[in-house]
Design a protein around this ligand. Structure first.
Ligand code: PHE
Length: 352
């Protein structure tokens, strides 16, 4: 038994010198000193086999060994704890003497982008695709494909920047000159050619016009084009979609009215107005006392456009609309000067 005790003592000392984390240390302690199954308890179970004096003597010895080993255990535990705290402190320490890092001012989205994103979300929720088109466009797509022929007087309404040279043509007959697109409507034809019918899409983007600029006119402006082509589409579909948009932008109480307006690519064509969001229709400076604000052009797609894109207008009908995005932004935020939008003026931009 004495030998057993010595062996236990040696083994404990050897094992503890190899342990270097607290979890393992506690496991080791349990292995030797657990009341139920520890190696020490196993030895003590044999005590009853010894006679009176020998039992007393061995008991004393065993207790001595036990308290000696426990002392070693406590010491080692202290060391390991200190070591672990040291590690944590080292990892988590903050150098309070370090000078403050300079924080660069963060950028944010331009108000036009904010409203564009909002409209993209709204139209996506109604099943529209969001498409893109080229800013440098061919004369063919910008005018011809949307029913504005070369001698059409409507070209005067959108006089613009022509670029020297010719489009190499992404359709075989397209050798027409380049033009900075005057509207996003060329994408009506591009989308119809590419995706066919049924079609539901919007195209937000930048357009260019040869404008004498003033507080309400810019040479560079943003539009959001929209188009739906399908079987049995009629004017009430157009009305419903544009009412959803108007109410989304300016509140549920907003009314929409349509007045006839000529656009070569729609028939009938309308000019869409909403009740002024500022005076709620009673008349103010922004709506020029009329109570109404013009925010879009729209209409039923002209059969010539549908034909030009290779579909049969007797089978497919549809509608198209175009919002002036700058105008929507100006009305939403009460901005009365369009030119600040692209000025890069931080005094203006930092308000958003
Ligand atoms: N493209 C027209 C414009 O720039 C707007 C419009 C789009 C009108 C679609 C009707 C249908 O003024």
């Amino acid at each position: 038994m004495k030998q057993q005790l010595e062996k236990l003592e040696q083994e404990f000392k050897k094992s503890i010198s190899e342990v270097n984390d607290i979890l393992k240390l506690d496991e080791l302690y349990q292995r030797f000193f657990s009341r139920k199954s520890g190696e020490m308890s196993e030895i003590m179970k044999n005590l009853k086999e010894l006679s009176g004096e020998a039992r007393k003597e061995f008991g004393k010895l065993a207790n001595q060994v036990k308290s000696e080993l426990e002392e070693i255990y406590t010491k080692r535990k202290g060391e390991l704890q200190q070591h672990e705290w040291g590690n944590i402190l080292e990892k988590e320490c903050i150098d309070i003497t370090q000078p403050k890092l300079s924080v660069e001012p963060k950028g944010h989205l331009h108000p036009i982008t904010l409203v564009q994103n909002d409209l993209e979300d709204l139209f996506t929720s109604m099943g529209f695709m969001v498409l893109d088109g080229p800013e440098l466009e061919s004369d063919y797509y910008n005018f011809e494909a949307v029913n504005i022929t070369a001698t059409h007087p409507a070209r005067d309404m959108q006089d613009t920047f022509y670029i020297k040279g010719h489009n190499q043509g992404d359709v075989s007959n397209d050798q027409s000159p380049w033009v900075m697109r005057t509207h996003t409507s060329p994408n009506q034809a591009r989308a119809l050619e590419k995706y066919g019918a049924p079609l539901r899409m919007i195209v937000p983007g930048r357009c260019f016009r040869n404008e004498a600029t003033d507080a309400r006119h810019e040479h560079t402006l943003y539009q959001v084009e929209g188009m739906v082509i399908d079987k049995d589409i009629n004017f009430s579909h157009l009305k419903a979609v544009l009412e959803v948009v108007a109410k989304h932008l300016y509140g549920q109480e907003t009314l929409v009215r349509f007045r006839p307006k000529y656009y070569p690519f729609v028939e009938p064509g309308v000019n869409g107005e909403v009740t002024c969001s500022l005076c709620k229709g009673s008349g103010c400076r922004v709506c020029k006392q009329s109570g109404w604000l013009e925010i879009f052009g729209a209409g039923m797609t002209h059969p010539n456009v549908i034909k030009e894109c290779g579909l049969d207008p007797k089978e497919y009908q549809g509608f198209a609309f175009g919002f002036g995005l700058d105008r929507l932004v100006m009305l939403k935020y009460g901005i009365d000067e369009i030119r600040v939008m692209k000025s890069g003026d931080l005094k203006f931009l930092n308000q958003f």
